[in-house]
Design a protein around this ligand. Structure first.
Ligand code: GYE
Length: 311
């Protein structure tokens, strides 16, 4: 009996799974690494990956999901640029019986509308960053400026909440200016320039809290162009642990970062394989670890370990 005939006997010939991936864009080094690792995971597992870059526009993500549904893909990965506005398109995927897995950000839709979400505890990341600054300033007054992530995204909302919770009981710490830099280096630099101008050329700023390293790297450039020493005159704490923040740390220009793994696809594909095999329903949230790194943690070595991972 030929192989094909044998396969036909068991109902369907084994075909590679097709997975649609609606990616936010390439706004940061971390996002680029997530895309690289997702492609690597898909190839390693023999999936056909249909990739869509939304250039940070929700309407492009919704259109991509509708296209994946029309194609009849076997699963959809979605990194949702903002937290709201997904109910309708997630219902369409559910009606087509296509499982959806969220990566690195959350949505306010009902958990019934997606198989699971893979990501970090975004509030905790903000708390870790805030607690580091509390410990660092040791009761000294500290005026903080904040570069927020994309407006309406769950990391911007939750990282802000976590940081504020960590400093709430310390009257010497105050966020005096806060604005979105949309998770990009260019806007991080631009907004930091406005903060510096508004705060006595930066003389009145004690620390920068950036919701991701890319905005921090842009802000570091602005601080240097203002004639100040980032990491000394203005402390710099951010989130992601991308190679370039370790390079800045090694130069004494950044102080702390909270790691976010870019490998969200591994746990996502593991959950999908269990679901495809026998309908196993995973937990609704698969949490990845968050670790603080400072200048004391061999930043050059951390840079070397990450520099070839596709950031
Ligand atoms: O921190 C940032 C990216 O969604 C948590 O998105 C992720 C964030 C990450 O733009 O670099």
């Amino acid at each position: 009996m030929t192989t094909v005939a044998a396969l036909a006997l068991c109902g369907t010939a084994a075909t590679a799974q097709t997975v649609g991936f609606s990616q936010i864009g390439s706004e940061s080094g971390w996002r680029a690494a997530e895309t690289t690792l997702t492609r690597q995971q898909a190839e390693k597992r023999g999936y056909q990956l249909q990739f869509s870059d939304a250039q940070q526009r929700q309407e492009n993500q919704i259109a991509a999901i509708r296209s994946f549904v029309a194609q009849g893909v076997d699963a959809i990965l979605l990194a949702p640029v903002v937290a709201t506005g997904w109910d309708s398109v997630l219902q369409e995927a559910q009606e087509a019986e296509i499982p959806v897995v969220l990566l690195d950000r959350r949505v306010d839709s009902s958990e019934d509308l997606y198989l699971t979400a893979v990501g970090s505890d975004l509030v905790h990341e903000g708390e870790v960053a805030g607690q580091w600054l509390v410990d660092q300033v040791e009761g000294e007054d500290c005026r903080i400026v904040e570069l927020q992530g994309t407006t309406g995204s769950s990391p911007a909302i939750d990282r802000k909440a976590g940081f504020e919770a960590a400093i709430a009981d310390h009257e010497n710490l105050e966020i005096v200016r806060s604005q979105t830099g949309d998770f990009t280096r260019a806007q991080g630099k631009e907004v930091m320039e406005s903060f510096l101008q508004a705060e006595n050329g930066g003389a009145d700023i004690c620390a920068l809290y950036a919701h991701n390293d890319d905005m921090a790297v842009g802000a570091i450039q602005a601080i240097k162009e203002a004639g100040l020493a980032p990491g000394e005159d203005i402390l710099v704490v951010s989130i992601d642990a991308v190679p370039d923040i370790f390079q800045a740390m090694a130069a004494g220009e950044a102080n702390a970062t909270v790691e976010l793994t870019p490998n969200m696809a591994g746990p996502a594909f593991d959950a999908l394989e269990a679901y495809w095999a026998d309908g196993t329903e995973p937990e609704k949230f698969i949490q990845t670890e968050s670790r603080l790194y400072t200048q004391a943690d061999d930043p050059q070595g951390e840079y070397d370990r990450r520099k070839d991972l596709g950031y």
